[in-house]
Write a protein that binds this ligand. Structure first.
Ligand code: NAD
Length: 484
């Protein structure tokens, strides 16, 4: 059998330790792989490459289209951008697939019979990390949800369910609050789901959905959700199932496929040789199925299960911590168990399902729509608590075709020019104000918007951002204000 060439990144923190352990297991199991080692992450940033990806690494990934990757450290609250997010977007990896299961009787968990797969949208939502600071006091994050991106992930989830004999797909959304972004995700779920009558469909508001996953995880099958919710829910699910150290995941799409553990670089235990390599080993198992080496995948998967059945555990899951194995001892235990089949836990099969049809962006439906400009929200920076005086001034910037309709702060109505002396329900506590100018649908243009902006400048108002307001096929494409 010809060797399959893959790029391998050892990552940061516990990355090198768990990658070495995983490669030892792959080697012993006879995986037909040829490794090309690349640098990603912290060491690359330290060399001054600001996206954290070495040019030679880009080339290797583009050519091999397969990457086994250990976790990478991303600084919190500042510093360089996440290499993981860059990779997922650059290589069009729209689907992040995270199987989670319990190992009943062998890995302590409050739950039994958990066997779910989280299909997480991987390129959009708040997780895209598109953020701005506009004023002394405020910043905005962009929650981007596209119809194309949503169709891809939802269709993938149903295709995955069908190919793997799964019965139900549950969609997690928050469309009672985010009616436009999460509303679109939910609509697309209903639309695409109708094409899969053989699969049960269910949707839950994300907060109660996560509570139920923590409480009765055994009731879930396939979960499809947006990027940020999927990130949170997969850590909850894998922790509930025993340890974040156990779950592997794959990132699939139109470019290269990337396989990694669900957990991060665990700096708190890095260098101690005690990390559980199972998450990365499970990711490697997913990769072997993906490249058609199902027999080796099953051999490793089963050896891992036998290892757990024998109570050969790393510290994160060991009941008797004094008997916990090191990362390397655990890898050697798995190697010693190669060729054995678990006695209680369901074994891995050498062939997995029918192979999932990966949807292509070109095949997604695009609704026909007539888009009409109806107004603009102009965000202004004004450090005042006197909303009536500010609103009265802003109203002067309106024109006969594009008058001020409302001024708000943090989504609360603060000034209505039709009732200029009406006091708002609450005082503004911040310095960013949204001023909504609305005209007749189809009768205004960007020129009118520019006139309003020019008028604001003439009044000495600091406008910091604008958001045009449109209708699509007559349906309003923007949110209203509370208390208006
Ligand atoms: P983490 O998953 O690294 O660690 C959370 C907790 O779980 C820690 O107590 C850690 O010791 C433990 N843990 C994680 N993996 C383990 C393992 N294999 N064996 C035993 N215990 C394990 O999450 P974090 O602390 O929030 O993040 C640390 C860093 O990892 C951050 O920089 C974050 O951005 C990054 N991260 C990277 C990825 C990735 O590369 N895909 C994913 C998540 C987090």
């Amino acid at each position: 059998m010809a060797l399959t060439k893959i790029s391998v990144a050892k990552g940061d923190g516990i990355g090198p330790e768990i990658m070495d352990a995983t490669l030892e297991v792959l080697q012993a199991a006879g995986a037909q792989l040829d490794y090309e080692f690349i640098d990603l992450g912290e060491q690359v940033f330290l060399r001054g490459i600001m996206n954290g990806i070495d040019p030679q690494a880009w080339e290797s990934i583009r050519t091999n289209r397969l990457l086994l990757k250990a976790p990478i450290t991303t600084p919190q609250g500042g510093g360089y951008k996440s290499v993981n997010v860059t990779m997922r977007k650059a290589f069009g990896q729209y689907a992040n697939v995270r199987p989670v299961r319990t190992f009943d009787g062998f890995v302590p968990s409050k739950h039994k019979g958990v066997d779910m797969v989280i299909v997480r949208e991987n390129e959009e939502s708040l997780y895209a990390g598109i953020e701005y600071r506009q004023t002394r006091d405020t910043c905005h994050g962009v929650k981007l949800i596209s119809r194309t991106g949503t169709e891809l992930i939802v269709r993938y989830a149903f295709e995955y369910a069908r190919a793997n004999g799964r019965k139900k797909v549950t969609c997690l959304i928050k469309d009672n609050i985010m009616k436009i972004t999460d509303g679109l995700f939910h609509q697309v779920f209903d639309l695409i789901g109708a094409e899969y009558p053989d699969i049960v469909k269910d949707s839950l508001i994300v907060d109660i959905g996560m509570a139920r996953i923590a409480d009765t995880p055994e009731k879930f099958d396939v979960i499809v959700t947006e990027n940020l919710y999927g990130d949170i829910v997969s850590d909850i699910a894998s922790q509930v199932a025993g340890s974040v150290g156990l779950a592997g995941s794959m990132n699939l799409g139109v470019g290269c496929a990337m396989f990694e553990a669900v957990h991060g670089s665990a700096p708190d235990i890095a260098g101690k040789g005690i990390a559980n390599p199972s998450g990365l080993i499970n990711a490697a198992v997913l990769m072997l199925y993906h490249v058609g080496q199902g027999d080796v995948a099953a051999k490793i998967g089963n050896a891992l299960l036998v290892t757990l059945e024998k109570g050969q555990h790393t510290g994160d899951i060991a009941v008797d911590k004094s008997k916990a194995l090191s990362t390397q001892q655990f890898a050697h235990a798995v190697i010693g168990n190669l060729g054995q089949t678990p006695t209680k836990l369901t074994p891995f099969a050498s062939v997995r399902g029918k192979g999932v049809v990966m949807p292509n962006p070109k095949t997604t439906t695009q609704s026909k729509r007539t888009k009409r400009l109806v107004g603009v929200d102009v965000f202004i920076d004004a450090d005042t608590v006197d909303s009536m005086a500010l609103g009265t001034k802003i109203a002067q910037a309106g024109t006969p075709v594009l008058p001020l309709q409302l001024m708000s702060s943090r989504g609360m109505a603060m000034f209505d020019p039709k009732h200029p002396s009406k006091k708002p329900e609450t005082e503004a506590v911040t310095d960013l104000w949204a001023c909504r100018f609305v005209g007749d649908e189809g009768k205004i243009s960007n020129l009118d918007v520019r006139t309003v902006l020019g008028n604001l400048e003439g009044l000495g108002i600091d406008w910091v951002k604008t958001e045009n307001l449109y209708t699509f096929d007559g349906v309003v494409g923007f949110s209203g204000r509370h208390g208006a």
